[in-house]
Design a protein around this ligand. Structure first.
Ligand code: FES
Length: 84
C-alpha cells in the first residue's frame, strides 16, 4: 500500500489500519503466520492520480477504501480455499 503524500492525504492510513487489523499485522510484523500475506507500505507508486493506491501481486487498485481492501482479502481467501 502506498503511504506517500498524495495517498496519505487521501486516506491511506485508514486502509492500512484495516488491512493490518484484518491480517493481525503491524508495522513490525509484516507477514502472516501462515505466510500467506506480506503487507508493506511504500512511499510512492508513481500513480498519485489514483491515490490511495494498493497493489496486490501485480494488480493495481486506485481510490481504495478500507472496505474494498478487506473485500480483496476476502476474495483471495475464498480463492485459496477453493484451491486447497
Ligand atoms: S503518493 Fe501514492 S502513488 Fe504517489
Amino acid at each position: 500500500m502506498c503511504d506517500g503524500t498524495a495517498c496519505h492525504v487521501r486516506g491511506s492510513s485508514a486502509v492500512i489500519d484495516a488491512i493490518r487489523e484484518r491480517l493481525h499485522l503491524t508495522s513490525k510484523k509484516i507477514t502472516t503466520d501462515d505466510m500467506m500475506y506480506t503487507f508493506e507500505t511504500v512511499s510512492c507508486l508513481g500513480a498519485c492520480g489514483l491515490a490511495p493506491v494498493l497493489v496486490v501481486d501485480d494488480e493495481v487498485y486506485g481510490q481504495v477504501k478500507p472496505e474494498q481492501a478487506l473485500a480483496i482479502i476476502d476474495k483471495i481467501d475464498a480463492e485459496e480455499k477453493g484451491n486447497a
